[in-house]
Design a protein around this ligand. Structure first.
Ligand code: PMP
Length: 438
């Protein structure tokens, strides 16, 4: 099997040391620090198509895709041109622009939402959607699932309390107990748990928020009918159903996860959050949904929400161009690339005798080093993360940059061509062997 191809990484190491002097952990978002897999993160100097180039000149096939946004691959010429043209027209005005209207119309065309507000990050989108749900319903309690990540808003950085229907405790220092005291955290895919909390607290629940298909504990798809069940349970109790499509939106289908369940089964979330792909790699995100609910937002309604850079013209240009280029052919290509990589992963781990499970929604997938399918956070936590670290580094040494954590999805792009895919396939057998002996 393939020998390591990546050369020295001295410049990344020097930059990492320099970065750690001035920034906590040397990074501006924790998972980038390689804490879960060990070693030195690669400082990237440029990216093109499916490839990252680090500051030492090493090249890697990128399976992070900026954690989701890079659906078309890096530096797509039409996206670059749209961004350059936008920059030349000025970077921000603090007034409405035509680009915002066009981006919102494109989102509405693809998804079940009737009205949209643009923000700058996924965290802002979920935080705003929860405030709106509370303001609209006049209720305070929020239900979420363990292992679902919705950004770093205080109310959702919560861990389950001592019993199923008890309120949560802060998931991190810095979050006051009062911020999570109205949050209920449940095991994912567990209908009985959902029924129990709605039976006990139903008239106080403003909303239930879930990842449309969780990708932040690795990919853990909703069991068939689970999202429909959540939507219906919320409806019966007068709570709003918030589907977080920040990661899945415009990636797992032209609309997102909803295109694979709600559109087929005939239901809609009350509110949906978006991010990542719709910003084309620039800071843009959104929340939207029922017109009557969205109309409760200022200035139409009483619920306050705002942003200096919301609907920024450069981000809007990148996002709109990305969505317009995300044609059915692109989604077909993503699916084919994901299929090829998934079956090669299975072959390699089977040959190396490493128990593993691949879980997917659309082209988004992750590989659990486990004996049985993972249906919730407790299951994800039982997987072999040490073996993942060995696997990750063997892939990295052979020019494939996986996400540096066992609990993250692998992202492919429209630019993953035969050469990029072949590089992944060539690296897999040796990496699976490395996982076997770890
Ligand atoms: N929701 C989901 C489902 C996410 O995956 C993320 C980010 N990984 C967020 C929200 C938060 O988005 P951001 O990092 O842009 O704040």
């Amino acid at each position: 099997s393939a020998a390591p191809t990546v050369g020295p990484t001295d410049r990344s190491q020097a930059l990492f040391e320099r970065a750690r002097e001035v920034t906590p952990g040397g990074v501006n978002s924790p998972v980038r620090a390689f804490n879960a897999v060990g070693g030195t993160p690669r400082f990237i100097a440029s990216a093109q198509g499916a490839w990252l180039t680090d500051v030492d000149g090493n090249e890697y096939v990128d399976l992070i895709g900026s954690w989701g946004p890079m659906l078309l691959g890096h530096a797509h010429p039409e996206v670059v041109a749209a961004v350059q043209a936008a920059v030349a027209r000025g970077t921000s005005y603090g007034t409405p622009t035509e680009g915002e209207v066009a981006l919102v119309e494109e989102i509405i065309d693809r998804t079940p939402v009737e009205k949209v507000r643009l923000v700058s990050s996924g965290t802002e989108a979920t935080m705003s959607a929860i405030r709106l749900a509370r303001g609209f319903t006049g209720r305070d309690v929020v239900v979420k699932f363990s292992g679902c990540y919705h950004g770093h808003l205080d109310a959702l950085l919560a861990s389950a309390g001592s019993g199923l229907t008890t309120f949560s405790i802060p998931g991190t220092p810095g979050v006051p107990e009062s911020s999570t005291a109205l949050t209920l955290v449940l095991p994912y895919n567990d209908r009985a748990a959902v029924e129990a909390v709605f039976a006990e607290h139903g008239d106080r629940i403003a909303c239930l928020i879930t990842e449309a298909a969780p990708g932040n504990m690795g990919v853990v798809p909703p069991e068939p009918g689970f999202n429909a069940f959540l939507a219906e349970t919320c409806r019966r109790h007068g709570a709003l159903f918030i589907s977080d499509e920040v990661m899945t939106g415009f990636r797992v289908s032209a609309s997102g996860q909803w295109g694979t369940d709600g559109a087929v089964e005939g239901w809609r979330p009350d509110l949906t959050t978006f991010g990542k792909v719709m910003g084309g790699g620039l800071p843009a995100a959104a929340f939207g949904g029922r017109a009557d609910v969205m109309s409760a937002l200022a200035p139409d309604g009483p619920v306050y929400q705002a942003g200096t850079l919301s609907g920024n013209p450069i981000a809007t240009a990148a996002g709109l161009t990305t969505l317009r280029l995300a044609t059915p052919e692109v989604y077909d290509h993503l699916g084919a690339v994901a299929d090829t990589i998934r079956s090669a992963v299975t072959d390699a781990f089977a040959a190396a005798g490493v128990p593993h499970v691949i879980q997917s929604t659309g082209s988004m997938f992750s590989v659990f080093l486990a004996d049985e399918p993972v249906r919730d956070f407790a299951g994800a936590s039982r997987t072999d993360t040490a073996a993942y670290g060995a696997f990750f580094h063997a892939m990295l040494d052979r020019g494939v940059h996986l996400p540096p954590s066992a609990f993250e999805a692998w992202f492919v792009s429209a630019a993953h061509d035969d050469r990029a895919v072949q590089t992944v396939l060539d690296a897999l057998p040796a990496a699976a062997d490395a996982a076997a002996v770890s």
